[in-house]
Design a protein around this ligand. Structure first.
Ligand SMILES: Cc1cc2nc3c(=O)[nH]c(=O)nc-3n(C[C@H](O)[C@H](O)[C@H](O)COP(=O)(O)O)c2cc1C
Length: 335
């Protein structure tokens, strides 16, 4: 079920991004951006939680630390059709710490256990936790073991572990995705010591070969930035990790699937760019990557842009467009 997951990413894994990713892999488990329990309880639910049924299996990631609010938000998420509720115990940002949730909760395993128990009591779908191997000067061995122990005892059997510590002071969340160093061995030891739990490793996994190596030690992998920035790596996930015999979808096929979807979105008052901004990396490393990216990013933002812009971008990327009659730059690995 969790063999291959695409990470929750604020501003990135919105419903349009997930719909696009679903066209590349039928089976990978998708995650929403983090939504706080307060936002679910007080905000515009259709806008925050609405998604296309084609996206399943998809998990709703919640942020919060008040058991009753999280339980209510989880129940609302389940009613919307999500397949899993995931609690964010990994985000180090200051804003999140002020709200007393995210990574700082690694220091409060009893509170996290109460949150999990409260949510479990309200929903049938799995309640899972995404955490780090520790925070600040916590001991990545003993403190992580204790955290997992308590939270598992409250009924969470699926943990996604970002294999680096969170530093709660002095680093931006962006910096804290690069340092301190990753410790995959710690996550593998966690799996070895708790074979009854489903352990998914996250952090710095860039290719499906990397993913396959991790799967020798843990139950699942979660990819964030690599999946977003080079989404075509997702095209072989079903064949490699889920035993699918289906043909691998082409880049063009993945984009053509978006045309009717984007048309519906525009008719409902949305903008083409809301959908197409997520596909800019699709030709990453291919000869026309830069032309595709430039054409689409410049034109899809224009007022009134229609799906003709997407059709033209496909023609350009596939080498049929007017813009491609001159000599093209070679594949640019830096794209
Ligand atoms: C733009 C961006 C937004 C993120 N937002 C979230 C989030 O909402 N919730 C969360 O648990 N992690 C968030 N993360 C962290 C990722 O889920 C993941 O743990 C991290 O990027 C490490 O995985 P990677 O090296 O495969 O990217 C975010 C990461 C990025 C790059």
């Amino acid at each position: 079920m969790h063999r291959f997951c695409i990470a929750p990413m604020m501003e990135w894994t919105d419903r349009h991004c997930r719909y696009f990713h679903r066209g590349l892999t039928r089976h990978a488990r998708l995650y929403t951006e983090m939504v706080t329990a307060d936002a679910v309880l007080r905000g515009d639910r259709a806008r925050l939680l609405g998604f296309s049924p084609d996206e399943n299996p998809v998990a709703l990631q919640l942020g919060g630390s008040a058991p009753a609010k999280l339980a209510e938000a989880a129940a609302i998420g389940e009613a919307f059709g999500y397949d899993e509720i995931n609690l964010n115990i990994g985000c180090p940002s200051d804003k999140v710490q002020e709200g007393r949730f995210g990574a700082c909760l690694m220091a409060e395993p009893d509170l996290v256990a109460r949150c999990v128990a409260a949510m479990r009591a309200r929903v049938q779908i799995p309640v899972t936790v995404k955490c780090r191997i520790g925070i600040d000067d916590q001991d990545a061995e003993a403190d992580l073991a204790r955290f997992i122990e308590r939270v598992a005892a409250a009924g969470c059997s699926i943990f996604i572990v970002h294999a680096r510590k969170a530093w709660l002071k002095g680093l931006s969340p962006k910096e804290n995705r690069e340092v301190p160093p990753l410790d995959y061995a710690r996550v593998a030891r966690l799996k070895a010591s708790r074979p009854d739990l489903t352990i998914i490793v996250n952090g710095g996994i860039e290719t499906l070969d990397d993913a396959a190596r991790h799967l020798e030690h843990v139950d699942g992998v979660m990819l964030g930035r690599a999946a977003y920035q080079d989404p075509y790596i997702l095209a072989e996930v079903d064949q490699r990790f889920y035993g699918s015999q289906a043909p691998v979808v082409s880049r063009q096929g993945a984009l053509e699937r978006l045309i009717p979807y984007a048309e519906r979105h525009i008719q409902a008052g949305g903008r083409l760019n809301n959908v197409t901004r997520h596909v800019l990396g699709l030709y990453h490393g291919r000869p026309r990557a830069r032309l595709f990216r430039r054409y689409l990013s410049e034109n899809a933002v224009r007022e009134g842009a229609t799906t003709d812009v997407l059709r033209e971008a496909i023609r350009i990327a596939e080498g049929e467009g007017v813009a491609c009659t001159r000599a093209e730059p070679q594949a640019d690995a830096a794209e």
